[in-house]
Design a protein around this ligand. Sequence first.
Ligand code: SF4
Length: 290
Amino acid sequence: MQVIKAASAGFCMGVSLALRRLDQALAARRARGQAGEIPPGSRLYTIGPIIHNPQLVREYEERGALCLRDLSAIRAGDTAVIRAHGLPGAVEDRLRALGVEIVDATCPRVKAAQLAIRKASQDGGTLLLFGEAEHPEVKGLLSYAGHGARVFGNLDELKKISLPDKFFLAAQTTQDKEIFAEAAEYVTCTSGRNVAILDTICDATRQRQDEVSALAARVRGMVIVGGLNSGNTTRLADIARNMGVFTLHCENGYTIPLDKLKELQPVGLSAGASTPDEQINTVEELLRRA
Ligand code: SF4
């Protein structure tokens, strides 16, 4: 099968950095363990899955990086790795107060968004945030905003919010940039004011979305590889699907309808920012061999 692969498919800078920090934390812990410096029974945890990729999370658990889902399980002497999505400020404070060692692997782009939101809030604005209310990054971003912050997941939800006197707009770093631009236009027109728009969607997200749009304009079939629980991967699939392209979002090759895709070739291939190269390569090989 003929395949056209997006150049940006796979890990972004923030994910690579977070995994590097986790590898370093595991190595440091191993060395301290050999020197007898680790409190007996203590553990290394990531606060939630290090990235939204179930296969990789399983591999790390086997290497000793446990995924913490219930904060009450963590104890003094444990190590907590903050993942690329960041963490609400109050949770980080609580962990430090408990005596937990913190390794901060928050992506620099997420950190920049947190600080920009804090500054705009301190200047007296109320945050309207474009994002998934239950996403850990969004919960972290909200913790840096003042009272009254609101989250909207699409334009319809935004239109139901009565606009505060002084407000600013920001987005989860991996959100759809076209929808965010429409949201910015809506609030500017409706309020009749110059609204502060924080440009928090990261370059890696823009690049991946632009490449998928360009690819989708050239093909009739598209495969997007990555965790089904990954928001940024799901949005790539949505972009292609909304352009009328037959699109498959998969974590591996098992679910790919090869016969159907063969009729649509050349087929586009991309992957989310949290998809390891091995997974992309496996799917690419499967497609090319079909
Ligand atoms: S998608 Fe962007 S914000 Fe998210 S981890 Fe990657 S570089 Fe950072």
